[in-house]
Ligand binder design. Structure first.
Ligand code: PAF
Length: 295
């Protein structure tokens, strides 16, 4: 299968590297990392160590069987516009935050699948990505239910040795992932701690409060997500990724723009009632951004 992995950040590079062991992968990005991959191949180190040679380029190819979108949520609109000219059979978003699939589906003629990914990755140097934790890719039709396209894409991803589940309840899965990201990302970014610092204590209870608020907003929107489930999922991810720096902490540490608007900011916008924890986390991250060039 020809897979265009759009977004050569840490997650896109790791998934691109894993998929390239089995498929014809084109990694699309715009940083020196992509030039290096194009010249010397991609080195994956950590949980598994290997080198692969995917094609790497800065523009979207004319066609692909699958576009796997791994860009930051604030870039989804521009990527959707570029993908509109690409001849695709399917598109899969594995991005953080909410609303990405809708933006892609508005622009594309092919089926757009929703996905979540809990693999841990960190860009070490141009051409090198650290594989910091094995996780799972969960994917399926964005409106829920089954589809032949989702089954085919799930099989292709699984064939490359990536832990994969094809799910029939993606709307709930996306809210579950949002609850975890709302609990973990801003909290770890603001406190400058690894995910494991949220296992207990003040950080743990702040994260649990953010997860509970997110679950309440999910229920307001008709998604069956209990507070206890949102909190226990958050605890699981904190335990399984204890030594990882969340993507938002990596962004803040590098002085880059964050995905706050698609995570805690989304919860605030979607809420019918007050969500003070998510609101405060959003305002604090925006305060940080306003004091830097990262806004
Ligand atoms: O954004 C992230 O960092 C990840 O989605 C997660 C699951 C919170 C683990 O760090």
């Amino acid at each position: 299968m020809h897979i265009a992995v759009v977004g050569a950040g840490s997650l896109g590079s790791l998934l691109g590297g894993l998929l390239a062991r089995e498929h014809d992968v084109t990694l699309v990005g715009r940083d020196p990392h992509v030039d290096r991959v194009d010249a010397d191949g991609l080195r994956v180190t950590g949980v598994e160590s290997f080198r692969v040679s995917p094609a790497a380029r800065t523009d979207i190819p004319d066609s692909a069987d699958l576009a796997l979108v791994a860009v930051k949520s604030y870039d989804t609109g521009s990527v959707a516009a570029q993908l509109a000219d690409c001849d695709l059979d399917a598109c899969l978003s594995v991005q953080n935050g909410m609303g990405n699939e809708e933006r892609l589906a508005d622009a594309l003629a092919c089926p757009v699948l929703a996905g979540t990914c809990t693999y841990g990755a960190r860009l070490e140097a141009p051409g090198t990505v650290a594989f910091t934790g094995r996780g799972e890719v969960v994917l399926g039709p964005r409106e829920g239910g089954r589809s032949a396209v989702a089954d085919r894409v799930g099989e292709a991803v699984a064939t490359a040795g990536v832990e994969t589940t094809v799910a029939t309840d993606m709307p709930t899965r996306l809210w579950e992932k949002l609850a975890v990201n709302a609990a973990v990302n801003a909290t770890t970014a603001l406190a400058r701690v690894e995910n494991g610092a949220l296992a207990a204590g003040a950080g743990g209870s702040l994260a649990a409060d953010a997860a509970r608020e997110t679950a309440r907003v999910a229920r307001e929107r008709g998604v069956d997500l209990a507070d206890e489930r949102a909190v226990s999922l958050t605890r699981e991810v904190v335990r399984d990724t204890a030594a990882n720096r969340s993507s938002m902490l990596q962004d803040v540490a590098a002085g880059r723009r964050t995905e706050i608007d698609a995570i805690n900011g989304y919860v605030v916008r979607a809420a019918a009632q007050a969500v003070p924890v998510n609101e405060t986390l959003t305002r604090l991250v925006r305060t940080w951004a306003a004091g830097t060039d990262a806004a």
